[in-house]
Design a protein around this ligand. Structure first.
Ligand code: SF4
Length: 278
């Protein structure tokens, strides 16, 4: 089968940095904890767990040792709690996520009511909410209608959302009567480039595969975007999950992967697909 791979896919610099930092920290320390899964990829989490990285959801679960802050970041309260307990910290928060947190604080200091557009349950968004006072999350246009009109709005966006979604939400904000709106574009270019490459590719192929963890928001977003342009789009974690019946009658396949999908997973999938004979 002819297989084309998206021009840009797989690990982003933020995720690569977090994994490298985790490996280096494990070389020097016996006990290392990650506050939440280091990335949304079960294989990588399992491999690092075998090397000694314990994943916990609460700082209360940690008595001693080193805490690794993942690329999504942590809230100011969590960082304070880590410091109060005297734990060592290795901060792998992505620089772009740190920028969003800093912008939220600056907008608040400038007197804006800060609104982050994105998914209120995503760890990055929760960390931004906990990094500055009084930050609201708007995931839908209905959420925007709950904001009181008198406020000067300072708007930012979850890094991994799509430009189309951000633009749609900004259009909804503009239709309301806020006296002042300040928008800072906090979208991640790496994510946008992956989305653009995926959409371009899925239009040229009979079937499109999006590889990545089922809990990975950016992988799900890639799959959602591709599905709009090519209904024959499938979100899988690896080659083993593929129902081979999907391949019958197809000549060309496209492959892309989320920012937390390792190169080995992509390479193995592409190799198997290329040698598949239906
Ligand atoms: S997707 Fe972008 S913002 Fe998120 S970790 Fe990767 S580089 Fe950083």
């Amino acid at each position: 089968m002819k297989v084309l791979v998206a021009e840009k896919c797989g690990f982003c610099p933020g995720v690569r940095n977090a994994i490298n930092l985790a490996k280096k920290t494990l070389e020097k320390n016996n006990v290392v904890y990650s506050l939440g899964p280091i990335i949304h990829n079960e294989d990588v989490v399992r491999q690092l767990a075998e090397s000694g990285l314990h994943t916990v959801n609460q700082i209360g679960q940690i008595a001693e040792g080193t805490v690794l802050i993942r690329s999504h970041g942590a809230t100011s309260a969590e960082l304070q709690e880590i410091q109060d307990k005297g734990l060592d910290v290795v901060d792998a928060t992505c620089v772009l996520v740190k920028r969003v947190q800093k912008i939220a604080r600056l907008l608040h200091e400038e007197g804006y009511h800060v609104v982050i557009i994105g998914d209120k349950n995503h760890p990055e968004v929760r960390a931004v909410v906990g990094s500055a006072p009084d930050v609201n999350v708007a995931g839908t246009e209905d959420d925007l209608y709950k904001l009181s009109l008198g406020k000067k709005l300072g708007i930012i966006c979850q890094t991994t959302q799509s430009p189309d979604y951000f633009a749609q939400m900004l259009a909804a904000v503009a239709r309301r009567g806020f006296s002042e709106i300040k928008v800072i574009n906090t979208l991640c270019r790496e994510t946008m480039e992956r989305q653009e490459a995926a959409v371009k590719l899925c239009r040229q192929v009979d079937v499109m595969f999006v590889l990545g963890g089922l809990h990975s928001a950016n992988t799900r977003k890639l799959a959602e975007l591709c599905k709009k342009h090519n209904p024959q789009t499938f979100h899988l974690q690896n080659w083993q999950e593929l129902d081979k019946n999907i391949l019958f009658g197809k000549q060309t396949a496209g492959v892309t992967a989320g920012a937390s999908t390792p190169d080995e997973v992509i390479d193995a999938f592409v190799e198997n697909l290329r040698s598949f004979e239906g």
